[in-house]
Design a protein around this ligand. Structure first.
Ligand code: NDP
Ligand code: OXD
Length: 309
């Protein structure tokens, strides 16, 4: 393996354990935290880097994103020869499956209402509901969406999936492309969003689309805040067409203290935590891919700059 330089430029991330882990996995690499004016590197490991980083590192061969979603990266001017590589699963798929399954089950089994009752000392029963009345639609059937959709089938919910190209997942009814979006939505009561954020998917969770969900629909957004038109969600909850939402991602993060979502009792919030980047898994995946790159082998997880994911 030829010696090479890795530049680490990750916002909101303690660099030291990453540097140690990357160095242990790639002993021939020189790994350093990027500072303005730093020497030229071969490979970058990034999360939400500034434009200045790429302006100063035009020679990069590869850019490894320590997340699955590359939307923040794809807005920047990147060195044209550099491949952009995202995390694929790296321990996130099981987290996403457990988060979404608990959310669907919590909603289906009225567990929020039971928790409210318990707080005021009420011993109350709610009528059991039919699983067949709770078809779940998963938007995006990639690494994370496919895992979520299949996990939901184990609880015997009817599951629909929507992707750009047709999919073939056991127990999941496939819908694809813009032409089948309305049918997909009309066939779903709970909607789970696991799309990448691209020009095609920005604002896709809008009034027109959310109105097509079955009555008392429920939204689970675990992808990106800019998929959702926030006022449209509030309007549809207030009109009663939607029974509520679980939101993990927001247009502005952290969610501002005066945001109406904090005060809407039918909205449950978590702070972008449904599937966390796991350092050790991610380092192992990135180091494996850097090794493949150095051996000129094919690499999985390369982002298509035209599609944007
Ligand atoms: P993938 O790239 O593996 O999957 C993307 C899926 O979306 C594919 O099925 C793709 O279709 C589909 N898709 C893309 N564009 C369209 C479109 N215009 N119309 C219909 N379907 C479309 O991504 P991952 O599963 O790895 O991740 C998904 C997203 O989850 C990330 O981009 C990120 O934003 C979010 N995320 C959120 C986290 C959190 O903690 N909240 C953590 C990790 C990720 P096709 O199969 O045909 O290509
Ligand atoms: C990701 C994320 O894209 O953490 O991986 O949101």
């Amino acid at each position: 393996m030829t010696p090479f330089q890795i530049s680490f430029c990750c916002a909101n991330t303690d660099p030291e354990p990453w540097l140690a882990g990357l160095h242990a996995a790639l002993p021939q690499a020189q790994v350093s935290v990027w500072q303005p004016g730093a020497p030229a590197a071969d490979v970058a490991v990034v999360w939400q880097p500034p434009q200045q980083f790429f302006d100063e590192q035009p020679q990069l061969n590869a850019i490894f994103n320590i997340g699955a979603g590359v939307d923040a990266l794809m807005k920047l001017r990147l060195p044209p020869q550099a491949v952009v590589v995202r995390l694929e699963d790296a321990g996130m798929a099981v987290q996403m499956a457990e988060y979404v399954c608990q959310a669907v089950i919590r909603h289906f089994r009225d567990l929020n209402a039971y928790a409210d009752d318990a707080r005021v000392g009420h011993w109350t029963y709610y009528k059991p509901r039919q699983r067949s009345d709770f078809p779940v639609g998963v938007m995006g059937l990639g690494v994370l969406g496919a895992r979520v959709a299949q996990a939901l089938t184990h609880f015997e919910f009817p599951v629909n999936g929507w992707s750009r190209t047709p999919s073939a997942l056991d127990g999941v009814r496939s819908f694809s492309g813009a032409a089948q979006l309305d049918d997909f939505l009309a066939s779903s009561r709970v909607l789970v969003n696991l799309l990448p954020l691209t020009p095609d998917t920005t604002n896709i969770l809008n009034r027109a689309h959310l109105s097509r969900l079955q009555p008392s629909g429920y939204l689970i957004n675990v992808a990106r805040g800019a998929h959702l038109v926030e006022d449209d969600l509030l309007a549809l909850i207030h009109s009663g067409h939607l029974s509520g939402a679980l939101l993990d991602v927001f247009r502005t993060e952290p969610l501002p203290a005066d945001h109406p979502f904090w005060r809407e009792p039918k909205i449950t919030l978590t702070p972008h935590t449904s599937a966390r980047t796991l350092r050790e898994d991610s380092i192992a995946q990135i180091a494996g891919k850097i090794g493949a790159l150095l051996r000129s082998e094919a690499l999985a997880g390369i982002v298509d700059p035209v599609r944007g994911y």
